[in-house]
Design a protein around this ligand. Sequence first.
Ligand code: GLN
Length: 483
Amino acid sequence: MHQMTLAEIARGLADKKFSSEELTKVLLARIAQLDPQLNSFISLTEDLALQQAKAADARRANGESGALLGAPIAHKDLFCTQGIRTSCGSKMLDNFKAPYDATVVAKLAAAGAVTLGKTNMDEFAMGSANESSYYGAVKNPWNLEHVPGGSSGGSAAAVAARLLPAATATDTGGSIRQPAAFTNLTGLKPTYGRVSRWGMIAYASSLDQGGPLARTAEDCAILLQGMAGFDANDSTSIDEPVPDYSASLNTSLQGLRIGVPKEYFSAGLDPRIAELIHNSVKELEKLGAVVKEISLPNMQHAIPAYYVIAPAEASSNLSRFDGVRFGYRCEDPKNLEDLYKRSRGEGFGAEVQRRIMVGAYALSAGYYDAYYLKAQKIRRLVKNDFMAAFTEVDIILGPTTPNPAWKLGAKNSDPVAAYLEDVYTITANLAGLPGLSMPAGFVDGLPVGVQLLAPYFQEGRLLNVAHQYQLNTDWHTRTPTGF
Ligand code: GLN
């Protein structure tokens, strides 16, 4: 039962082969048995899950239908869940029970999805290895000595290990696509503004975007359908109709113009990954796509720009966690200053503190123009590169990451080494574009992802290309041994 995709579950529930309650019990038992190896959950919500499953079964018995009605999922632990701990992977929010549901959580619950729990993540979504969590590192089910990627590493590891079919995640600089690549999943970061950020604890507000992590493009279409849409509570939410993502999955790829940026194949890319990316291009050519070399000349400036902008926004967003308005409060503060200092010093981990300091520095008088303003100018150039490329091609294709998942602890002493691994993903966040990662093969037994980028609001095109690719390849069906 645990092998089923969301699409298969929807069919099984509609055909009354099993109930949502039965499926939910099977998956909760599986989580209890296997998750101690992975540490992919911060909280389990068994009671809520069973209650939601029974309610979904009752709605189906009353003639209701829907792809998510009775479907088990989990939420990354930065989506606020009313009355349930929402920790953001931090000691700062270890005892925070959200007073309301995030829009994404409320929409999925209304569609009948069943919440099994809250998944582990890098503290405040800062990281690419899921090692900065206050609740400990998450292990990659493909090799327990390796990281699952981050910051949505808990959602990724849980779905890859077949503990559940799909989960929500967020992507500020790659945190949906990179863990998808590291664990052999399909993950989609939507266009900025497509999915409401209301109730999603902010890291860098101009970059953050929620999206689905699942095994197939077909399932990402189902989950995104439940997440996307205008929300008056989020001033950056865009009031555009949400297309039927499942309906466009079978569009032919005949004549699709794919651009492959020449800058992607530089010295930093593992040559074995480069080969797998070329193979995926050939596969899409067989399906009728036309491939063309393109250029994204400002790509080399994206990492430094991102690692100024994201910490700058984080330093501002995280100022609310002061032990007074929100978050952990230290014992016996001597005075107000001591309370602020020790609450933040004890409540935030090292990586979060580093970013707050970098961000506050970049925004300070005298340095603002040199760093923050400069980074914003680069951001515009990165966007302009994409806009020029998309006048010639429909999709941009390349690797999701330059290397496969590294060993736990391998980059802990060198944060910049980890930042460099974000080279292919962060440009989509800087430009606000949608991006998808899908399985493309293995290197040393570890999964490799291929990334597709599309123009604004073309999530349907990404899902269509990925679905057609998955109909003709079987990388996405491979299961990690032991799970
Ligand atoms: N690795 C990137 C960072 O640490 C991206 C994280 C994310 O997308 N949340 O900022």
